[in-house]
Design a protein around this ligand. Structure first.
Ligand code: SAM
Ligand code: SF4
Length: 353
């Protein structure tokens, strides 16, 4: 089969400049936030995220850097103000810094073609020491780092082979480069649930924010997620007894709720889709590395933007984006119960967490 023409050959430059119209779903939610999974591959195998033996997409199925940029820029033109690069591990994709540079040009722009308030990334930080400076230079100012334990043995167990010192080195390099760091920690029964207060103390001492996350039923893994599930409602009660937490409503439109730890620079966030659903304010959609647009993390439905772009140019892309946004579900249907199959068959690493 002949290769599809590269999008730059299909699209005259002026097509990229056609007048945009904003994105609002069937429940009146404006779409302002795009997450892109730049690769489904990863150098770690966190137990709650991936199975030990994973099958990854063939490289030929992936969007090229140019296609990723064109699709993302179209979302920016249509009102998206925040883009997060994720994965998989975004820093294992060879051209990821080129993509960051290209998207970073939109940060702070405010013309008829839109602009970004923020370009950011979620990373496991194993390669952050090598790339933190380049990400800052590309326009990033904040970054999320996954860190589920400060104990080297527990960290290695959860990630199956990760090196805690390497990750801490990456975090230190990010801070030295001028990037603010938010730590993501998935609460896991019997693995780190007795160390959440210590993680918050460490974040306060280091000047990082901390977001706690409930494990979500995405993709098959080698254990039953119900065995590791920790409801964040209970965790929050424990933390409130230990830290002066003051509700912070300054961030809206995300699934997290935030508190300031009074007297510190640290904010605590909770992402608790199982015990406290915030879908009503959802403002995001997700693009996979093979070009599927998921309007909801918690449903299987997706629209193929790669095919739309290759066959129909920007007009085709717009129509496909519109149809995905119009059918964005009201809410996810996550449930966690013993023996229950994952609500969604794809892993978080495919959709971009
Ligand atoms: N590899 C990068 C990292 O770990 O930061 C980015 C991708 S990872 C899929 C993004 C976030 O999703 C991480 O904070 C990770 O802990 C979280 N995550 C992965 N699988 C999850 C699951 N099943 N439930 C909840 N969070 C999950
Ligand atoms: Fe890799 Fe991130 Fe998933 Fe861990 S959570 S396996 S680092 S993609």
């Amino acid at each position: 089969m002949a290769d599809a023409p590269a999008p730059r050959d299909v699209l005259p430059p002026e097509a990229l400049l056609s007048p945009p119209s904003g994105l609002v779903d069937g429940f009146g939610r404006a779409i302002r936030y795009l997450r892109i999974s730049v690769t489904d591959r990863c150098d770690l195998r966190c137990r709650y995220c991936m199975a030990k033996q994973m099958t990854f997409l063939p490289r030929a199925a992936l969007l090229s850097l140019d296609e990723l940029a064109i699709i993302t820029e179209r979302f920016i033109a249509r009102g998206v103000r925040k883009v997060r690069m994720s994965g998989g591990e975004p820093l294992v994709r060879r051209d990821v810094i080129d993509l960051a540079r290209r998207l970073g040009r939109h940060v702070g722009a405010n013309g008829p073609q839109g602009g970004l308030d923020e370009l950011t990334m979620t990373t496991n930080a194993t390669r952050l020491a090598d790339h933190a400076g380049a990400l800052f230079d590309a326009g990033m100012r904040r970054i999320n780092v996954s860190l589920d334990s400060l104990d080297a043995g527990t960290f290695r167990f959860i990630t199956r082979h990760g090196d805690l010192d390497q990750v801490l080195g990456g975090i230190a390099a990010a801070r030295d480069a001028g990037l603010a760091v938010k730590i993501n920690m998935v609460a896991l029964k019997g693995l780190n649930d007795d160390a959440i207060a210590d993680m918050l103390r460490w974040c306060i001492a280091e000047g990082h924010d901390l977001t706690l996350i409930e494990t979500m039923p995405l993709g098959a893994i080698d254990e039953d997620r119900a065995d590791r599930f920790v409801p964040l409602t209970a965790v929050f009660d424990d933390l409130s007894a230990l830290f002066p937490l003051v509700r912070d409503d300054s961030s809206t439109g995300g699934p997290a709720r935030y508190w300031r730890v009074e007297g510190t620079r640290t904010r605590l966030g909770l992402i608790s889709p199982l015990t406290n659903n915030f879908c009503d304010g959802c403002n995001r959609v997700r693009l996979t590395t093979e070009g599927k647009l998921h309007a909801c993390l918690g449903h299987e439905e997706a629209v193929d933007l790669k095919a739309a772009l290759r066959q129909g140019g920007v007009a085709g892309l717009d129509a496909a984006i519109d149809s995905a946004v119009a059918t964005k579900p009201r809410a996810h249907d996550f449930r966690i119960g013993a023996g229950e199959a994952p609500a969604v068959s794809r892993h978080m690493s495919v959709t971009g967490g």
